[in-house]
Design a protein around this ligand. Structure first.
Ligand code: GLP
Length: 242
């Protein structure tokens, strides 16, 4: 595992965007695994700036979703499908039909999860998966004690994650869904390159457990230690417990 400490969130965004740009120059139809949350936003902004400057072409890129709320209509502004359309596809000029994601509104959620795992494999697998990290060490929506071999499946959110995510729902935890679909940790580990980005003091403990703790389900992100090509990009505050 490679750990890169950068000055701040903007520098982290630039570094990860450049890694994505390099990949796209080598493989224009690369499948980029993208994450939601506030942390990846500087990455998407920096990559969009490169597209505008003609430094990279994203017109053939493909995008895969990491996780999704169950039960939110796809056009709900906070469904991750809508969020990623707004924050990634539109600014990067990537067409909607180049976007893979699980169906959080499916009647048979389990079948939708299995279908999504198959679709990822049939698409040739994720080339670069960008990950954020929850304050409890979760990746995607794999909460602590998720199996490190897990596949895409339905999960119940912890109270802490619902509290953390209430800010996207007018601060009203009552609006935050209880259930989600998430790529499993085993699924995530199949991506060719994992890039975890963490910024801010609030992530310092989770980052220390990820990088220096034992590989353990209690900190799902520690599974990155098992991956042959994992990069952890942290700003100085998120690195403060290392
Ligand atoms: C959610 C997402 C994760 C993300 C996490 C942290 O739980 N499912 O993929 O990493 O939030 O979000 P933030 O980057 O806003 O702290």
């Amino acid at each position: 595992m490679e750990v890169v400490i950068v000055a701040d969130a903007k520098a982290g965004g630039e570094l990860v965007a450049e890694a994505m740009a390099r990949l796209l120059r080598r493989k224009p139809d690369a499948l980029l695994g993208v994450a939601t949350g506030s942390t990846p936003l500087p990455v998407y902004e920096a990559l969009a700036a490169k597209v505008r400057a003609g430094a990279v072409d994203t017109s053939r890129a493909r995008v895969a979703q990491l996780d999704e709320y169950v039960g939110l209509p796809a056009d709900h502004p906070e469904s991750y499908r809508s969020v990623l359309r707004r924050e990634v596809l539109e600014p990067l000029g990537i067409p909607v039909d180049a976007f893979l994601g699980p169906d959080g509104t499916a009647e048979d959620v389990q079948a939708a999860c299995e279908r999504y795992d198959r679709e990822l494999a049939e698409a040739g697998g994720v080339d670069l998966q960008l990950l954020g990290i929850g304050t409890d060490g979760h990746i995607g929506f794999n909460e602590p004690c998720s199996s490190l071999a897990s596949r895409t499946r339905i999960k119940t959110l912890t109270e802490q994650t619902r509290v953390d995510n209430a800010r996207f729902f007018d601060g009203d935890i009552g609006q935050v869904p209880h259930h989600v679909i998430t790529q499993g940790i085993g699924t995530i580990l199949e991506a060719r390159h994992l890039v975890l980005l963490a910024t801010g003091e609030g992530k310092a403990e989770a980052v220390a457990a990820t990088v220096e703790g034992p590989v353990a389900a209690v900190c799902p992100a520690s599974a990155l230690q098992l991956h042959p090509h994992a990069t952890v990009v942290v700003d100085e505050t998120a690195a403060s417990e290392l």
